[in-house]
Design a binder for this molecule. Structure first.
Ligand code: SF4
Length: 320
């Protein structure tokens, strides 16, 4: 295990059982044999279509979903089967829909203070209140907001409350699960900038999940691309954008809008045929073979190996 890794996952799987009849089950194979690491202080972006398993993967790392098999390491210690309470403080999550993730019956102060209570992170009532007010100011809210309820705030402000709640326990690692996709475009960049400032100030490490490559490409040091439960390519953000290796990454990149109209006209958009297959019955071999324009017979029969194609640039494809 490399000392610079904060998180590492090995052969991680998460299947959800679906009852099909008396004593009969099928399984949604949401995450399949995933391997990667996240270095301390970096942002790893994770992209892919809706339903590809990004959120499940983020939650499995935090053990909000128990992994079906595989291993999770935090600072080199395996945490797959340990009691999570000590790690809950170090590993936090910011949810996609801020209005649904905040308890409407609790005041903002109670929401932000709740985790501080669980982990006993203050010396006195005054210390608790000071910390809550400091956190609210830190995320761009007013310290007097602590007595109000979530419904009194806009979507962007609610997400700021969610961020203050995550920061309240002084975490090292945060899963940002599509934190801006439910917000107005005008607010999105404010939240992204704030997350970046927090990262620099507090030396945080992020797993930043998004369905849109154009969102993660600016804020991520490295990007992982997910398709139907597999990570198919992972590399440095610049490298992945300039020199994508996997056919699916090329497809996603061809859909990212470019501001220059001349470049935009000369670019060829790759359109995938067919729908994304069901994770209950994924295709054999390479899971992308039913839609890949380069698929050959071997792709239908053999799962491609996850290999380091260039330094810090990994992919799984038979023809690379
Ligand atoms: Fe396409 Fe085959 Fe590569 Fe899969 S392994 S991405 S089907 S070429």
């Amino acid at each position: 295990m490399n000392d610079s890794y904060l998180i590492q996952v090995e052969n991680l799987r998460k299947y959800f059982p679906i009852k099909m009849g008396f004593m009969k089950y099928n399984y949604v194979q949401a995450v399949e044999d995933v391997n990667f690491f996240i270095r301390k202080g970096e942002t790893l972006g994770l992209v892919g279509e809706s339903g590809c398993g990004k959120t499940t993967l983020g939650r499995a790392i935090l053990r909000l979903h128990e992994p079906t098999s595989g291993k999770i390491f935090y600072e080199g210690k395996e945490i797959t089967h340990v009691k999570m309470l000590p790690y809950r403080r170090k590993m936090q999550i910011i949810f996609q829909d801020p209005s649904a993730s905040l308890d409407p019956r609790m005041t903002v102060g109670e929401i932000v203070g709740e985790a501080m209570d669980i982990h006993k992170l203050y010396n006195s009532k005054k210390d608790r209140l000071d910390k809550i007010q400091q956190l609210l100011t830190q995320v761009g809210l007013n310290s007097e907001h602590s007595n109000r309820y979530p419904h009194e705030f806009s979507g962007g402000q609610q997400q700021r409350i969610g961020i203050a709640r995550a920061l309240a326990v002084e975490p090292q690692f945060i899963v940002c699960d599509e934190p801006i996709s439910a917000l107005d475009v005008s607010i999105q960049s404010q939240i992204v900038n704030m997350l970046e400032d927090m990262q620099n100030e507090l030396n945080l490490t992020y797993l930043f999940i998004a369905h849109d490559l154009s969102v993660v490409k600016h804020i991520s040091n490295r990007i992982g691309v997910m398709y139907l439960g597999n990570i198919v390519e992972l590399g440095k953000s610049y490298e992945l954008n300039k020199n994508p290796l996997h056919p699916y990454t090329k497809t996603l990149l061809s859909a990212v809008p470019v501001p220059d109209p001349i470049k935009s006209r000369s670019r060829k958009r790759i359109i995938l045929e067919g729908d994304i297959p069901s994770p209950m019955n994924p295709p054999s071999g390479c899971r992308f073979h039913t839609r890949c324009p380069y698929a050959v017979q071997r792709c239908r029969e053999e799962v491609p190996e996850w290999r380091e194609m260039a330094p810090d640039h990994f992919a799984a494809c038979h023809i690379i």
